[in-house]
Design a protein around this ligand. Structure first.
Ligand SMILES: [Zn+2]
Length: 398
């Protein structure tokens, strides 16, 4: 990539959005621009109503400097987190604060037609509740449980569930949405929200989402690493031994011994019936001995499977999220113990193993954040505001 230093308004917006610099003085010291250049770029953003003046900050004595913030009410973002058996939707403002949310036991297995029919109906209903319409939507972010080609938003092929291979999410939304689309793997949107809002102090992380399946995301240098075709982080099909056949067609994958599905299968053999990963956690909380032991075994297997990735990538933190992680220390401690005992001396030094912080909203907040990032992408904003007169409403699908 060529390193051209941009002087467009998008660079200013990035600094304001991240909170790194929100006053003229701080922006100039970060950017090294002249006052005149900065004033021009701020005018472009103000004229397009992308930012607003938040009044005066009063921290420095004397006449306080003017602060700029994103115009959070200049439109809405739709957020969708599609799970294996359960999905969540939310409508947020332009800084990803949730305004309304909904959820249902519908997921990947229902296929794209059913799930997007459901989501479009619920979004219309929620927009009406807010007194808004599809025309107010600026960005749509969707998390799907499988690799995605992030450049095109096309779900990659092959997928374990073939109904989803090559699906272009945008094609399932009504054509009158003039919104920017952002699509990524479910565990990647979880990693985005957890990293940005939960533990910004760690820039190198392995993030797990353990539900009925096992997802894994890699955050490297503060960004989600997607790999060549969107499939990075696939630890679920690491061979760990055993004779159980996996959905992928092979035997002995981590998913067959340590996922919610594996625990469900073992529980069935013990005569206990559970349907979802939340049921497994509820059973553990009720004091069921068998499930506590299964959760501990699963945690230990996951810890073992992470020994090589931890040595290879030297993360500062392993974050464990997803419904099964809600079981708490009974599941998390064995992961930590295995890693801190058996990882290489170098990689385990200072390694933190922590639970995810944002709970069940992590997915939809992450979906909103990737929609926000796509809407406000720096080069795009610089180009669209350059001639003045643009407004966010024109910034949807170009
Ligand atoms: Zn497998």
């Amino acid at each position: 990539m060529a390193h051209v230093i941009s002087t467009g308004s998008g660079v200013v917006l990035d600094l304001i959005r991240s909170g790194e610099a929100t006053t003229r003085t701080d922006l100039i010291s970060q950017l090294g621009w002249s006052r005149i250049t900065l004033a021009r770029r701020l005018d472009e953003l103000l004229n397009a109503a992308i930012i607003v003046s938040a009044g005066q900050s009063d921290s420095r004595g004397g006449r306080p400097p003017e602060e700029f913030v994103v115009n959070k009410d200049a439109g809405l973002l739709l957020a969708m987190d599609i799970g294996g058996s359960h999905s969540r939707l939310a409508i947020t403002d332009l800084v990803s604060t949730i305004l309304l949310e909904d959820e249902a036991d519908i997921g990947l297995g229902h296929g794209p037609d059913d799930i997007f029919d459901w989501s479009c109906q619920v979004f219309d209903h929620m927009l009406a509740q807010l007194g808004k319409s599809r025309a107010d939507v600026r960005g749509i972010g969707v998390g799907v449980p499988g690799p995605v080609d992030s450049a095109s938003g096309r779900i990659a092929s092959p997928q374990l569930n073939s109904q989803w291979a090559d699906v272009v999410v945008k094609d399932y939304f009504p054509a009158d949405y003039r919104a920017v689309f952002a699509v990524d793997r479910d565990v990647n949107i979880l990693a985005v929200s957890e990293h940005r809002l939960g533990w910004p102090e760690y820039d190198d992380a392995i993030v797990l989402k353990v539900g009925m399946g096992i997802g894994c995301s890699l955050v490297l240098n503060g960004r989600v690493y997607h790999g060549g075709r969107g499939g990075a982080g696939d630890v679920a099909h690491s061979p760990v031994g055993g004779t159980e056949r996996c959905l992928c067609g092979r035997t002995g994958c981590l998913d067959t011994v340590a996922s919610g599905s594996a625990i469900e299968r073992e529980l069935r053999a013990l005569g206990a019936s559970v349907r979802t990963s939340a049921d497994i956690v509820a059973l553990a909380e009720s004091g069921h001995e068998g499930v506590a032991q299964l959760l501990a075994q699963a945690g230990d297997q996951i810890g073992r499977a992470l020994l090589d990735p931890v040595a290879l990538l030297n993360p500062s933190v392993v974050v464990v999220g997803g419904n099964i992680a809600q079981a708490g220390p009974v599941f998390l401690d064995p992961i930590r113990e295995r890693l801190l005992r058996d990882a290489t001396d170098f990689s385990r030094r200072d390694l933190a193993v922590i639970p995810a912080k944002l709970g069940h909203q992590a997915g939809v907040i992450g979906a909103s954040l990737i929609a926000q990032d796509a809407l406000f992408e720096a080069d795009r904003i610089s180009r669209l505001t350059r001639n003045g007169g643009a407004s966010l409403a024109q910034f949807g699908d170009e």
